[in-house]
Design a protein around this ligand. Structure first.
Ligand code: NAP
Length: 671
């Protein structure tokens, strides 16, 4: 029998008093034991705070992102260990791809976003600076720094790997250590994953700990620097939310709980259209992947009145082809539920749904595997003829292969039924009608964490109703728990404190490692284009000579480029325009002149100009005006082994020192 250990304060701790038996979902036999009432959770908290937190916070976002990437690649190399163990949870090989590969993929996305969207620094800048004083000597901006406690992640049984990695990746990227507590039923898979992570030696001490079994009094030790995330049932969420210490210390608490996700067949998606076929396919897939034990699975199937029969027939035909059985067998397309307890729970909930709806497919009593020791169930499809008065179809989540078809009259009615879920993780709408998409969004987005639209145009690339992507927010209001996870860098922010900082441009530049106008400029060095990435510093500035713009320049540029817009060519027409005093120079001519004024033409460390951001033309320039440029190093971001990106603040001014254009220039500079 497998002894599932916890990993606490640097030690693997075997099960002890209070340990629980864990049975295989496919044989019903006890295969493992986990839990130890004597686990010293207070020491774990201290260990994370004293060792893990400081070590992670000493790293930059890019260093943490590289660590995540290495970790993900290490897990990918050893993922077979996780596949092999996961069969006993009832999951098929296709399910492992969602849990194991999905978790690793999520980690890789955070690694990549950390490098691309966060600075190689320890303070994250949240938005641009705001000028608060009239003369530019007092600014404000928002920054984020890692919380100095520990993130306690309590997870559900259905995704023992993804459930951990999707939370741990943004936590570590933020610079915060984590304690993971998987659901006991499948914790042996999570334990194996944590062993792989620890054996890799890639994480600093204290960055990740594991509790298999109960968490003891850990919630009572947390404070404002800690975070609790919970994924599981509404009942447990309610219990945890009620913890007096969490409440008294305003400890951040996020819950992802039950959800009655729905899919709507658009009125235009009549039988015979590609949309109709996509709808039927997605419904069947969502009902049977992970044996329906997915928080995002489709529970309610909403169909225009006229098409209920056609949809029922088509979904039933697909469900009839589903092969339920031993998840190890290649022919199996739907495995077992995670435990007998889970199976009984699903049956009890299906009975409640049966009070509102008629079962049209899948009888658990006559099912060929009804007597098997494994936790097998057939997919069960219900039809609810009157979803407006139904008691249970909008409130009871049967966390298994169970869904209910219901009719709707028009889009308002469909939206009304969607919202009767009182807050869901996701709703999908299969339509090609832009008006339907717009109307449903207006009526129902507020009740959903994610809206997924699909049709013939997107179906070849669409990622699936039920797939929470690291790039997109996962979570939902109300019944779904009111929490939010994932969503790119938004997820990282859950483990950081946003702070408004106010002060002089010099201090704000030093804090954020980003030069802002008004901060000191360094002008006495050689031309910045002649210096390498490492040799240029924030605030290094070049003031160019002035250049007078002539009418001949404007004419030449107009005819050379073909841009003979009247504002550049016709004095009277230009004057009639409220923006121009008469013929003006092209904005792009000014940019070209600016480049001519600031470049250093010889081969050197500047390898390429890769773009412009935030370009604004602020004042027209006419023939006879003269322009000059100020070019200042605003920020530096290493990109790879050979070069990094330099962001330059560029201001063009006229002979009266008035700004006529402003932008940020991006170059790649060799180290
Ligand atoms: P659960 O019974 O609520 O358990 C969830 C987690 O909470 C488990 O790790 C469990 O540990 C732990 N737990 C239970 N009581 C606790 C306590 N007093 N203190 C600390 N931890 C405690 O839920 P489940 O049966 O595992 O999961 C099924 C539910 O999860 C479904 O309702 C489903 O909708 C929901 N779910 C939601 C999402 C989402 O993202 N929204 C994702 C997946 C699942 P033990 O196992 O040791 O009891």
């Amino acid at each position: 029998m497998r002894q599932v250990h916890s990993f606490a304060a640097g030690q693997w701790i075997a099960p002890g008093s209070g340990a629980r038996n864990i049975a295989s979902a496919i044989t019903g036999e006890v295969i493992a034991q986990a839990g130890n009432d004597a686990l010293d959770v207070q020491s774990m908290h201290g260990y994370a705070r004293e060792l893990g937190g400081p070590a992670l916070r000493a790293m930059t976002f890019h260093e943490r992102a590289r660590m995540l990437k290495a970790l993900a690649l290490h897990l990918r190399e050893h993922r077979r260990i996780l596949y092999d163990l996961s069969f006993d949870t009832g999951a098929t090989q296709a399910d492992h791809l969602i849990d194991v590969d999905g978790g690793i993929g999520t980690m890789l996305v955070f690694a990549s976003k950390g490098r691309r969207e966060m600075p190689d620094a320890r303070i994250y800048l949240d938005g641009p600076p705001e000028q608060l004083g009239r003369h530019g000597q007092f600014h404000g901006r928002h920054i984020a720094t890692p919380l100095q406690g520990v993130a306690l992640h309590i997870n559900a049984f259905n995704f023992p790997v993804w459930g951990m990695l999707e939370k741990v990746a943004p936590t570590l990227l933020a610079g915060m250590p984590a304690i993971v507590k998987p659901a006991t039923a499948t914790c042996y898979v999570t334990e194996a994953c944590v062993r792989l992570i620890q054996d890799s030696g890639l994480l600093p001490k204290g960055a990740l700990q594991l509790i298999c079994g109960g968490i003891g009094g850990l919630l009572d030790h947390l404070d404002c620097q800690d975070v609790v995330t919970f994924t599981g049932s509404a009942d447990t969420a309610r219990k945890l939310r009620g913890n007096a210490n969490l409440r008294d210390n305003a400890v951040r608490f996020t819950a992802e709980q039950d959800s009655l996700n729905a899919s709507v067949l658009g009125p235009d998606a009549v039988p015979g259209t590609p949309e109709f076929d996509v709808f039927v396919k997605e419904v069947q897939r969502e009902m049977t992947a992970k044996a329906g034990q997915k928080c995002t699975a489709i529970r309610r199937i909403m169909v225009p009145d006229d098409h209920v029969e056609a949809v029922t027939k088509a979904v039933t035909a697909r469900l009839a082809k589903v092969v339920v059985g031993d998840p190890r067998a290649e022919s199996t397309t739907m495995g077992a539920l995670s435990s007998q307890a889970q199976k009984n729970d699903v049956l009890a909930h299906a009975d409640l749904i049966g009070q509102d709806a008629e079962r049209v497919f899948g009888d658990p009593d006559t099912f060929s595997m009804a007597q098997d020791k494994g936790a097998y169930l057939p997919p069960m499809l219900f039809h609810c003829a009157d979803p407006d008065t139904a008691q249970h179809v909008h409130t009871v989540e049967a966390f298994g292969p169970v869904a209910t078809i219901m009719p709707y009259r028009d889009i308002d009615h469909a939206a009304h039924l969607l919202n009767k879920g009182k807050g869901s993780l996701v709703a999908s709408v299969i339509t090609r009608d832009p008006e339907v998409a717009h109307e449903i969004t207006l009526a129902s987005a507020a009740f959903h964490g994610r809206l997924y639209f699909n049709n013939r145009d997107s179906m070849s690339e669409a990622t699936g109703h039920g797939a929470p992507l690291p790039h997109m927010v996962h979570g939902g209001p109300g019944r779904a728990g009111g929490g939010e996870e994932l969503g790119g860098i938004r997820a990282v922010m859950h483990y950081m404190q946003r702070t408004a900082i106010q002060g002089s441009p010099e201090l704000l530049s030093a804090i954020g490692k980003q030069w802002i106008p008004g901060a000191p400029e360094t002008t006495d060095k050689s031309h910045p284009f002649t210096r390498t990435f490492h040799d240029i510093a924030l605030g290094d500035t070049l003031h160019s000579d002035a250049r007078t713009v002539t009418m001949d320049d404007i004419e030449t540029f107009a005819h050379f480029t073909g841009d003979t817009f009247y504002a550049h060519m016709d004095e009277d027409a230009a004057k009639a325009n409220p923006f121009f005093p008469g013929r003006v120079a092209h904005g792009y001519l000014l940019l070209s002149f600016a480049a001519g004024l600031f470049v250093q033409p010889d081969p050197g460390p500047v390898l390429a100009n890769t773009g412009l951001d935030h370009l604004r033309f602020m004042k027209p320039v006419q023939a006879g005006d003269s322009i000059k440029v100020r070019l200042t190093v605003k920020a530096k971001t290493p990109r790879n082994e050979d070069y990094g990106e330099v962001r330059w603040h560029v201001t063009l001014t006229n002979q009266d020192d008035e700004a006529v254009a402003e932008y940020e220039l991006l170059t790649m500079n060799a180290y």
